[in-house]
Write a protein that binds this ligand. Structure first.
Ligand SMILES: N[C@@H](CCC(=O)N[C@@H](CS)C(=O)NCC(=O)O)C(=O)O
Length: 323
């Protein structure tokens, strides 16, 4: 096991865990021993550092809205070469052994980009406390691994910062891998863990990104979020998540939209791609107008987006019988 602590570059520590995870785990030692050893070695390597040193940690999932460790400051920005994917299983915070949840991890992708938040810990005490917490939360409980990459701060041309990132690959015993959005949404909608519904986990990330990082157009995240909000609305199960749909479509609008969808379905008998823009004002005590943008395709899934005068635009995915 070797931990490389690079030269004190601009008062930052360049900490690289160079031990290849998979070679260690192929041995008889179990994973928590491995993580403890990694963390001890990493922290042990920090002892000689003076108080000025800092370590940056990048959050792209729950760390963004729930870091739960002490830090000096935080910056918004992105890392390159990856994409955010809900492919890591979870049996503690957001799932159980019987019904694992899905949480965010990173998948390598050429020219990929993941937006998030970098948290700066300063001084050996804050670093030790923070990394000890993160290794338990992320590595031991979450099955994540740490690596170092470059973080590009939003709105500056400064040199990128070296950040510690926690991610999970197929080498994790909790890894669930890719699945159709509807399949993932059903899995997520139907499980909860010690930290609450798995649905909240996804909608909290989507809400955070919409509010704080509008540059991030993560289709994987937002299509999952939209499908989950549709499940919440259509099941009327407000207990599934404390973040029920921000836009509750009243009966009037629901009937109205149903009429539009029926009309559109009748028009899509040819089954060809048929995009219709319906601009209608629907007087309602809640909304001044509703724009329903229907894109119909032969795959029997109908999308329509509901834009109201309220902040968010909600997209609904309507599964219908073969038109
Ligand atoms: N490493 C990712 C994901 C971290 C994450 O979401 N971890 C989960 C699973 S262990 C967690 O801590 N969840 C807390 C919660 O669900 O409230 C990040 O940088 O944000």
């Amino acid at each position: 096991m070797r931990v490389y602590i690079g030269p004190a570059n601009d008062d930052e520590i360049i900490v690289q865990l160079v031990d290849p995870y998979h070679t260690f785990c192929s041995s008889t030692a179990n994973q928590s021993d491995y993580h403890r050893m990694k963390m001890d070695t990493l922290l042990g390597g920090l002892d000689h550092l003076d108080k000025k040193k800092t370590v940056w940690v990048f959050g792209y999932g729950s760390l963004m809205w729930n870091p739960n460790f002490n830090f000096q400051r935080k910056l918004t920005g992105h890392i390159n070469g990856f994409v955010r994917r809900f492919w890591q299983g979870n049996t503690t915070h957001r799932g159980t052994l019987e019904k694992p949840g899905r949480v965010a991890t990173l998948a390598k992708q050429h020219q990929g980009c993941v937006w998030g938040v970098a948290f700066q810990m300063v001084g050996v005490d804050q670093i030790r406390e923070g990394l000890d917490y993160l290794y338990t939360r992320e590595a031991v409980l979450g099955g994540y691994e740490a690596f170092v990459t470059k973080f590009h701060v939003r709105g500056t041309n400064d040199l990128p910062v070296d950040v510690l990132v926690f991610t999970a690959t197929s080498s994790s015993h909790l890894y669930m891998g890719p699945a159709d959005t509807n399949v993932m949404a059903e899995q997520i909608f139907n499980t909860r863990g010690q930290a609450g519904p798995n649905t909240d986990y996804v909608t909290n990330i989507a809400d955070y990104i919409r509010k704080h990082i509008p540059e991030d157009n993560d289709d994987h995240l937002f299509s999952l979020d939209q499908t989950l909000r549709y499940l919440i609305t259509s099941s009327g199960n407000s207990s599934a998540s404390k973040n029920d749909c921000k836009v509750s479509v009243s009966k009037t609008e629901q009937e109205y939209i149903t009429e539009i969808v029926k009309h559109s379905l009748s028009m899509s008998k040819a089954g060809t791609e048929n995009r219709k823009k319906y601009d209608h004002s629907v007087p309602s005590e809640h909304y001044k107008d509703i724009n329903v943008d229907l894109s119909l395709n032969a795959k029997s899934t109908k999308h329509f987006s509901l834009t109201t005068d309220i902040v968010t635009t909600e997209h609904y995915k309507l599964q219908t019988a073969q038109a």
